[in-house]
Design a protein around this ligand. Structure first.
Ligand code: SF4
Ligand code: SF4
Length: 223
């Protein structure tokens, strides 16, 4: 899932300065699961903003609405009847959801209430770890299911650098060397020959937003 964390309260407050009526929109998917931007977090933030507004003698009228996914047009439609009643929108979705919201309502100022952090896994309640940087060319089949882009400090696709040191990464002795872990995993599975297979370098130059259309679907004309 996409993991995010709420922005510091003062930063959110500063962004909303001057707006009298703000709709806070939560997202019911990734950010809800990682406890950053779902229905509960929307309510908590609104209570804090409400209290702060009263203390500052500058009250804001706050609305709340959490939709299933802000990155999906189908769910954004539910906001259409509400948006014009507000001066600004605060979004608790990931960066993709916030941008989709901003595209749908270009006449309305939209502010992010969370910082999108990484694609990760849930290790325990409130504990998340990064696992993927969406490189677009997954090599997990060669690397024993360990992502070299995310887990190696240099994102190396084809084996360790000279800094690998008895299982640790040169940047920190408590950080395991990703390529040591990959070697160990492949060795255990009897697949060490994979280490010799070469993954072409990823061209990170001239990056433009990527598009994916699944087989059997086509790009909709309606935007
Ligand atoms: S190689 Fe790593 S960053 Fe690339 S898609 Fe696979 S898990 Fe994600
Ligand atoms: S020591 Fe290992 S994890 Fe650290 S940068 Fe080098 S190859 Fe990557």
């Amino acid at each position: 899932m996409i993991v995010a964390k709420r922005k510091p309260f003062e930063e959110i407050k500063e962004m909303l300065k001057g707006y009298k009526k703000v709709l806070n929109v939560g997202c019911g998917t990734c950010v809800a699961v990682c406890l950053a931007g779902g229905e509960k977090e929307v309510d908590v933030l609104n209570i804090e903003l409400d209290m702060a507004g009263k203390l500052d003698e500058n009250p804001i009228e706050l609305g709340a609405m959490t939709i299933e996914r802000q990155c999906d047009r189908e769910y954004l439609e539910a906001l259409d009847p509400l948006v014009d009643d507000y001066d600004a929108i605060l979004s608790m979705a990931c960066g993709a959801g916030i941008q989709f919201l901003a595209e749908r309502y270009p006449h309305k100022p939209i502010f992010p209430a969370v910082d999108t952090t990484f694609i990760g896994v849930n290790q325990g309640v409130g504990w998340y770890e990064e696992r993927c940087r969406s490189c677009g060319s997954c090599v997990l089949g060669l690397t024993g299911g360990i992502c070299p882009v995310t887990m190696c400090a240099k994102g190396l696709y084809n084996g360790p650098c000279g800094g690998t040191n008895k299982g640790s990464c040169e940047i920190d002795k408590d950080q395991p060397c990703a390529w040591y872990l990959i070697y160990e995993r492949l060795s255990r599975q009897g697949r060490l020959d994979n280490i010799l297979k070469f993954s072409p370098a990823t061209d990170w130059q001239n990056q433009i937003p990527r598009t994916l259309i699944q087989p059997g679907y086509k790009k909709s004309e309606e935007v």
